[in-house]
Design a protein around this ligand. Sequence first.
Ligand SMILES: [Fe+2]
Ligand SMILES: [Fe+2]
Length: 177
Amino acid sequence: MIPQRLAKALNEQIKNELESAYLYLSAAAYFHSLSLDGMAHWMRCQAHEETIHAMKFMDHLTDRNSPVTLLDMIQHKTRWISPLELWQDAYAHEQFITSKINELVTIARDEKDYQSEPLLAWFISEQIEEEATAAKISGEIDMVGDSKSALLMLDRELGGRAFPPGSPFDPLAYAQA
Ligand SMILES: [Fe+2]
Ligand SMILES: [Fe+2]
């Protein structure tokens, strides 16, 4: 069993990761509405990744014989005034998630729950990647300024991200369904 204080925080993190997926799906819908289909595709890939993060926490609780409770999700922003605002929000959101992972590490150490350390170490590395990626893309969008052709180029580039095979967020995965 996981110490109760940590188990509570891990359940909350399942919710945080699913809220991230929901936020990135809203972002995908916004980008589709602007015909920035490459960015929409990138956000759908990211939504998929967030559901995997949620499952990692869920599996950890289950493996440790601790109850999983799926909490109510809150609705994050669903409208933006520009792609720049959205990418800056994505970066801010990942910084928030990093703060939650850091809190989990603090609690795990306070409670001497060493068995949570490998999972949390994975998430520490993951958040370095997530923040770096969101910061890089935000910076590039900022550089693009008012140039529609540069924005389209970046959109094409982000559209090259690969879906994990069989992803339910990939239109090709359900094309025949
Ligand atoms: Fe995540
Ligand atoms: Fe990632």
